[in-house]
Structure formats: structure tokens, C-alpha cells
Design a protein around this ligand. Structure first.
Ligand SMILES: Nc1ncnc2c1ncn2[C@@H]1O[C@H](COP(=O)(O)OP(=O)(O)OP(=O)(O)O)[C@@H](O)[C@H]1O
Length: 257
């Protein structure tokens, strides 16, 4: 579905991506891996047209997209959930989802597709709550739900569970948490919230048939959700394959910190 070859990217004079190759076959869930600063986010931004690239090609379903504006790439069926989620905290869940509809109306999508609420029941329950009042895990589900409004063929996610913290939406929340802790009441289960997000990504891939490319640093999650891996090191791809073939040697060489 997505084929990248000989891609180079520079931030000013700093050469960040070097002759990069990446294949994301239709129906697969590909995990981009590598230590901090190797260029994973830069590669995702290059695919989305958010940073300029030099040379090489980016093909989406056989069509060259390297010179296209970011909005056109979205219309061609590439959904993107950036790091940090970027949801609107003062808008309700439903209003947040509707912000995705403006671009979607060009594709004939006029209302929020029901399968988004099926995929994320919590968004249905909380449709009238403000985005800023949701927990980190719920906000991440909202960000993914919003990307699904465009009915993407390819969904790109940058570290979807990074930064999921206990719900400290206000000083009051903070005080409650501290009080709970002093009474021995455990804070909300972060691991469970992260697992929920990963499970949803797995279902989006398998049940909705959406091809997925994601950056995920946590190996157990990556192994669980992805079918293929691509490891990067200093701006270059160094190893690719089926997730079942990701060896301990590769992990040690390129992923262990
Ligand atoms: N806007 C920018 N201007 C200049 N250099 C940048 C910019 N954004 C990133 N870089 C540099 O490019 C390199 C790759 O960064 P990038 O964020 O793509 O890596 P990453 O693998 O996603 O890292 P992480 O896992 O920490 O998110 C790093 O050396 C980083 O400092």
C-alpha cells in the first residue's frame, strides 16, 4: 500500500533520513522501531507532508504523493495520529470527532461513522464531555477515533500510548489522587489504559481492515499488535521482517537502551 524508496530528509543542513526504504503492505500492521532520535517521527512526518523531503519516492497505492499537500494525502486515505494527540480540550468528544468531518465531506462522509463508537464505546458514553476532561487513554482513543472519521486505508500512529498518565485534569484531580494514595487507594491503572489503546489498534487493523504503520517503543506491545517490523538506526533502515522473526540479537543491537 505504501512504498518508500531512497528517501532523504534534511532539517536545514542536518541530514536526518538517509536513503530510507519502507514497505507497508496492504492489511499489515507495521511497527517502526529504533532508539530515541533515529528519525522515526521524521519519517512519519515526511509521509504526511509535514516536513520537506529531498529525493526518493513515496508511493501510496501506486501514486506518487511526495509533492502533495498534507490535506491531499489525508484525502487519499492516509490518517495520522501525531505524538501528543492534539485534541481540542474545550470541545466535546462529539465536536472533536466532527472536526474530522470537514475534510471528510469531500469524500461524501457527512456524519460520524457509527463504527467509531463501536470501536471505542467510551467515546459514545462520553460524547458530551469536554475533551480536556477525559483521561489520557480516553483522549488517545478520541484522537484515533477522529483520524478514523476520514475512513483511512492507512492509519499512521506515532507512539500512541506515550504520555498516557493518570488523569490529572485539574488541581482537584491531583488532590484526589494524593488523598487516595495516602489512603492506600491505587491510582488508575495506566497499563490497562495502554493495553486498551493497543487492543483497539489491533481491531482497527484486523476487523476494519485498515493498514497500520505505527511507532511503538515498548517491545511487548509491538510484538502483540504488529505483524511486521522495520528497525531504524541513525536515519537509516537496518532491519525489516515479520514480527515473529524479530530476534533477541536485533533487539540487543538496535533497541535496548
Ligand atoms: N524540527 C527539527 N529541526 C531540527 N532537527 C530536528 C527537528 N526535529 C527532529 N530533529 C532531529 O532529527 C533527529 C530525528 O528526530 P526524530 O524525532 O525523528 O527521532 P525519533 O526516532 O522519532 O525520536 P523519539 O523516539 O525520541 O521520538 C534527531 O536528531 C532530532 O534532534
Amino acid at each position: 500500500m505504501l512504498n518508500i524508496s531512497s528517501l532523504n530528509q534534511y532539517y536545514g543542513g542536518s541530514h536526518t533520513l538517509w536513503d530510507l526504504e519502507l514497505d507497508v503492505p496492504e492489511g499489515e500492521c507495521v511497527c517502526l522501531m529504533g532508539r530515541n532520535g533515529v528519525g522515526k517521527t521524521t519519517l512519519l512526518k515526511s509521509i504526511m507532508g509535514l516536513v520537506p523531503v529531498r529525493g526518493g519516492s513515496i508511493m501510496m497505492q501506486g501514486q506518487s504523493i511526495a509533492g502533495m499537500k498534507a490535506e491531499i494525502r489525508a484525502e487519499l486515505g492516509i490518517g495520522f495520529v501525531p505524538q501528543g494527540r492534539e485534541i481540542f480540550s474545550l470541545l466535546t468528544v462529539e465536536e472533536n470527532l466532527k472536526t474530522g468531518l470537514r475534510a471528510a465531506s469531500k469524500l461524501g462522509i457527512k456524519k460520524i461513522p457509527e463504527h467509531i463508537y463501536d470501536m471505542f464505546p467510551v467515546l459514545k458514553q462520553m460524547r458530551n464531555r469536554r475533551g480536556g476532561d477525559l483521561s489520557g487513554g480516553q483522549q488517545q482513543q478520541l484522537a484515533i477515533g477522529r483520524a478514523l472519521v476520514l475512513n483511512p486505508k492507512l492509519l499512521i500512529l506515532d507512539e500512541p500510548t506515550e504520555g498516557i498518565q493518570p488523569n490529572i485534569v485539574s488541581d482537584i484531580g491531583d488532590v484526589i489522587m494524593r488523598l487516595n494514595r495516602s489512603k492506600g487507594i491505587a491510582p488508575p491503572k495506566i497499563a490497562a489504559a495502554k493495553a486498551e489503546v493497543h487492543e483497539a489498534i489491533g481491531r482497527i487493523n484486523r476487523e476494519l481492515g485498515v493498514t497500520v504503520l505505527l511507532v511503538e517503543q515498548k517491545l511487548p506491545f509491538a510484538r502483540k499488535v504488529a505483524t511486521q517490523f522495520c528497525i531504524m538506526e541513525r536515519g537509516r533502515h537496518v532491519a525489516t521482517g515479520a514480527m515473529s522473526e524479530l530476534s533477541d540479537d536485533l533487539v540487543k543491537q538496535y533497541l535496548t537502551v
